[in-house]
Structure formats: structure tokens, C-alpha cells
Design a protein around this ligand. Structure first.
Ligand code: ZN
Length: 170
């Protein structure tokens, strides 16, 4: 069957930047399983999956705008360190939840000195054009329960053997 909205797609992918540096790959672990049309994948990749079938392999270039969005310099802010009292172990790379004009978002510490810290609210992949190598392993219709929950159920069960886990449902 061809991939359309509400198809469950099992795929392997490798993603690299425009210089060919690998950013992430599913080949190191389990294939990814997603429901097409739920926005779990970036828009450019959902678009590229549309109408394809299991067994296909393909490559696609996705511009930053169709991936994690453009980068905005104004999302980089320097604030007095004293505003961060109570936050332990602030160092470059630390992720924080911050309240901004755009609402609650994750920011990453990119610089720390004695008095100030600089945080970046851009997605780490914002502004980067991406190249995907994709292998489509299986395509099926989502079940009514999966659509209701908005995620894929493995082996017809919501939860792992212990009734707990990332994909376990309420
Ligand atoms: Zn579920």
C-alpha cells in the first residue's frame, strides 16, 4: 500500500548536513515507526514519504525551512547569572526550560562567565539544510486505537511487558 495520512511507516534513516557529516541514524538501534500525518516527522520528510511503498529506498534534501526552521539570532540571549540561582551545574551544553515571549521552551547554555550566561533558544538543527537516506521497511494502516492515542503500538500492545515504558498509554 502507498503511504498516506494515518499509515504506520517503519523506516530506517540516516540524516546528514550539507557537508555530508552524519547527524543521526536509526541504523544503530531499532527502526523508527511513525504515523504519517501526525507531524512526528519534519514536514519535508513527511512530504517525501507520501505515496511511497515498503521496500523503497530514496534520498531527499530538505531545506531548513522544511526541517527544524530558520535560525533566529534574537533567540540567543545573555542574562545575569544571578537570575539562574538555584540551577546547579550550569555549563556549556546544559539544557534549561525557560519562559520566553514565545512561551515555555528549551534553551541550551552556549556560554558562561563569572557574571552572565548566554542561552540559545534555537533548535540545535535550526538553519541547517538536511540530507536524508531513507529505507522504507513496512507500511500498514494505523489501528483505531493507535489513531486515538496518536502513536504506534508495538506487537499490538500499548505497553511493554511490565506495563511501563515510553510508549505506554494512560
Ligand atoms: Zn497507545
Amino acid at each position: 500500500m502507498k503511504i498516506a495520512n494515518n499509515s504506520v511507516v517503519k523506516l530506517h534513516y540516516a540524516v546528514s548536513d550539507s557537508e555530508g557529516t552524519t547527524i543521526d541514524s536509526s541504523y544503530d538501534h531499532e527502526p523508527l515507526e511513525i504515523i504519517q500525518g501526525t507531524g512526528y516527522l519534519i514536514p519535508g520528510l513527511e512530504k517525501a514519504l507520501e505515496g511511497r511503498e515498503a521496500g523503497e529506498t530514496f534520498e531527499v534534501d530538505v531545506s531548513a525551512a522544511d526541517a527544524y526552521g530558520e535560525r533566529f539570532d534574537e533567540y540567543v540571549q545573555t542574562v545575569p547569572k544571578e537570575l539562574m540561582q538555584g540551577v546547579e551545574d550550569l555549563e556549556v551544553g546544559t539544557q534549561l526550560r525557560a519562559t520566553t515571549d514565545e512561551g515555555e521552551q528549551t534553551v541550551i547554555v552556549i556560554d558562561v562567565n563569572d557574571t552572565e550566561i548566554t542561552v540559545d533558544g534555537n533548535h540545535p538543527l535550526a538553519g541547517i539544510d538536511l540530507h536524508f537516506d531513507v529505507e522504507l521497511l513496512a507500511v500498514r494502516e494505523a489501528t483505531a486505537e493507535e489513531l486515538e492515542h496518536g502513536h504506534v503500538h508495538k506487537e499490538s500492545s500499548c505497553c511493554d511487558a511490565n506495563g511501563k515504558g515510553e510508549s505506554c498509554c494512560d
